[in-house]
Design a binder for this molecule. Structure first.
Ligand code: DC
Length: 219
């Protein structure tokens, strides 16, 4: 069974998906983390995003695994990259990297293979529209930009990065613009997705809304 959770950056997808998966006993797949992993490799290898052979080489050599017990931990080629991929450097380049059709095609295929035959909560931008248009459950999370910037600030502070709310708001607005206006699989709500505004909701409230809908329908 597939539960798709989409929405813009900072809308609460990752925390909600992680806890909902734990409560339901599902696997959690954070597809944004995979795009971030490829962005990290592109930075490290100084990859030219206009060179399809350079991109191909990276894509064919990359293996992703999500730690089942530890929840959302992502291993890329056997290495835990969960914290490295949340750096400002990766965040600045990930929208550009995730707009490359060659990268999207490969990761979408990878995501479908990873989820095959399993009970999964997948979170991202295009899960309910492109990756699993027939997902049993689809949710679209939104939140006010100020709240999203505050959440991102908190996350960055835990990593020792201090950035002003003004800068973070601008960064989120820019990422929203890029993610929603790109040509391939732009961020958009699937017509049949349930929208949840997480502004002012606690994590428990966000998670419970999803778990309740799923449990009610399964029973
Ligand atoms: O969820 P996130 O902010 O960590 O995602 C990082 C970037 O990856 C985001 O700016 C858009 C892109 N992304 C995407 O294009 N498709 C997905 N399914 C997930 C993320």
């Amino acid at each position: 069974m597939v539960i798709a959770i989409d929405g813009p950056a900072g809308s609460g997808k990752s925390t909600t998906a992680k806890h909902a998966a734990e409560k339901l006993g599902f696997i959690h797949i954070n597809t944004g983390a995979m795009y971030r992993g490829i962005a990290l490799k592109c930075i490290q290898g100084e990859i030219d995003l206009n060179s399809s052979s350079e991109i191909d080489k990276i894509l064919n050599q990359t293996k992703f695994e999500f730690g089942r017990e530890a929840g959302s931990v992502l291993f890329m080629d056997g290495v835990d990259i969960s914290s490295e991929i949340t750096s400002s450097l990766v965040t600045e380049s990930v929208s550009r990297v995730s707009a490359v059709p060659q990268i999207r095609e490969k990761l979408v295929q990878y995501q479908r293979e990873m989820a095959e035959g399993l009970d999964v909560v997948l979170e991202g931008r295009d899960i309910g529209t492109v990756v699993f248009p027939d997902a049993e459950f689809k949710f679209f999370l939104i939140a006010d930009i100020e709240e999203r910037a505050r959440r991102r600030k908190k996350e960055m502070e835990t990593m020792g990065e201090i950035v002003s709310l003004r800068e973070l708001t601008a960064e989120l607005e820019e990422r929203d613009r890029k993610d929603s206006t790109r040509e391939h699989s732009p961020l958009k709500k699937a017509e049949d997705a349930v929208e949840i505004d997480t502004t002012g909701l606690s994590i428990d409230e966000q998670v419970n809304r999803i778990v309740k809908i799923v449990n009610k329908s399964i029973k």
